[in-house]
Design a binder for this molecule. Structure first.
Ligand code: CTP
Ligand code: MG
Length: 274
């Protein structure tokens, strides 16, 4: 049995949409709903708690529990955990990663159970060469050994006792944490990576939002973008290839920009959500 915490209480300043990032429309629905959908498909998840900005608790999707988040990401995790039911396994996920698949959540949970460690985190091998610079911020000091480097994402899956202990850290430590696994590491816990997918991007900038929309459209339509691949200027994607600029839609799987996609796949421009 597992509980899932989705942190969605950030302001989204770098996206600059004027509203909380997790509630920004992504392919016709609030971004947060895509993660909730994936988690609903994971059999062991019995409860989903969502940390939201103050004043936005009505953004909690049906069937989830909304709580007010904190001033920092880790404080939002702590607030959500305090509300969650008892369960041995806790999944923490950023609403800013709407492309996390049910299989990724399942793989992380399975690895936690198999390995007996304290936390399992989704991560991808680093493709770029990474260099460290000196205090002047420009002079290269070292080139890191790439084969050992992983770029870390969410989901991150924890044994509840380990996460509770880690989150008992002072506020300054919590504020310095860019992920929860680091809080486990600094208290001596064992953290393992599970290989994730480059498509599990974090939406930070307006460009990321467009990329996420494209990837989601492809997934929802049930296929890859056609070779020679029709992608309309407005962002529509059709697996079969046919795309009308401006968002008109071909039955059989095209996706309207800003338009929602019902389970069957046919789409109305600007159409209704599911
Ligand atoms: N988050 C949160 N509570 C906070 C800060 C962040 O729940 N006090 C969540 C965000 O909603 C997001 C995730 O943590 O799902 C990762 O944070 P980030 O991508 O930095 O999102 P924002 O903080 O919203 O964006 P920005 O830093 O650009 O303001
Ligand atoms: Mg932030």
């Amino acid at each position: 049995m597992a509980v899932a915490l989705i942190v969605a209480a950030g302001r989204g300043e770098r996206l600059g949409s004027g509203s909380p990032k997790a509630l920004v429309t992504l392919l016709g629905r609030p971004m947060l709903h895509w993660s909730v959908d994936s988690l609903r498909s994971v059999g062991t998840v019995t409860q989903i708690v969502v940390a939201l900005p103050d004043g936005h608790l009505d953004g909690a999707p049906e069937g989830t529990i909304g709580v007010v988040g904190g001033a920092t990401r880790s404080e939002s995790v702590r607030a959500a955990l305090a509300t969650a039911d008892a369960a041995d396994v806790v999944i923490v996920h950023d609403a800013a990663r709407p492309l996390a698949s049910p299989e990724l959540f399942e793989r992380a949970i399975a690895e936690l159970e198999r390995s007996g460690c304290d936390a399992v985190i989704a991560a991808v091998r680093v493709a770029d060469t990474i260099k460290e610079v000196a205090d002047d911020g420009r002079t290269v000091r070292a080139t890191l050994e790439r084969s050992r480097l992983w770029a870390v994402q969410t989901p991150q899956v924890f044994r509840r006792t380990a996460l509770e202990r880690a989150l008992a850290a002072p506020a300054a430590v919590l504020a310095a944490a860019t992920d929860d696994a680091w809080l486990i590491e600094r208290t001596g816990g064992v953290v393992r990576v599970t290989e994730s997918d480059q498509a599990n991007i974090k939406v930070t900038s307006p460009t990321d939002l467009r990329v996420a929309e494209l990837l989601l459209a492809e997934r929802v339509a049930g296929g890859a973008v056609a070779p020679g691949g029709a992608v309309a200027p407005g962002g529509a994607v059709a697996p079969g290839g046919a795309v009308a600029p401006g968002g008109a839609v071909a039955p059989g799987g095209a996706v309207a920009p800003g338009g929602a996609v019902p389970p069957g796949g046919a789409v109305a421009p600007g159409g209704a959500g599911r």
